[in-house]
Write a protein that binds this ligand. Structure first.
Ligand code: AMP
Length: 123
């Protein structure tokens, strides 16, 4: 499943973004609504909607997103202090943009669980 999203428009330079990293397979840019002092989104250039849409042939590509996360963490100097990566899937997972993306968050000490749960249905 693939469809035009705000992230494909960023890949195609149709809308601006604060791009921090790019290679032939992936792009990383600053989240417009940061939840930490550092909050980047690492996306594949291939449009994959959700984790559920990752195919066997995407194994290397998805692994590459984590390699990019570690590379950015080293380059920006927070690899040793630590950071968090998050990938949300569909509505209950909190996904709002349906182009696969890894959140890379750093610059503070994170608690667990990460977010207050939304109450889904009344008892
Ligand atoms: P998710 O809720 O996991 O789908 O994450 C989507 C993220 O995309 C959110 O953290 C948004 O703040 C971020 N976002 C939405 N539009 C843009 C944009 N134009 N540039 C950068 N980040 C964006």
């Amino acid at each position: 499943m693939s469809q035009e999203t705000i992230f494909s428009k960023i890949i195609n330079r149709e809308i601006p973004a604060d791009i921090q990293y790019e290679d032939d397979k992936a792009l990383a840019f600053t989240d417009v609504n940061p939840q930490a002092p550092v909050h980047l989104l690492i996306i594949p250039k291939k449009p994959i909607a959700t984790i559920n849409d990752i195919a066997e042939e995407d194994r290397e590509l998805v692994g590459h997103l984590f390699v990019v996360a570690a590379k950015i963490a080293a380059q920006k100097g927070f690899a040793d202090e630590g950071y968090r990566v998050v990938m949300n899937c569909n509505d209950d997972g909190g996904q709002t943009v349906y182009h696969l993306h890894l959140h890379l968050l750093a610059g503070k000490a994170f608690g667990w669980p990460p977010y207050q749960d939304r109450i889904k249905r009344a008892e």
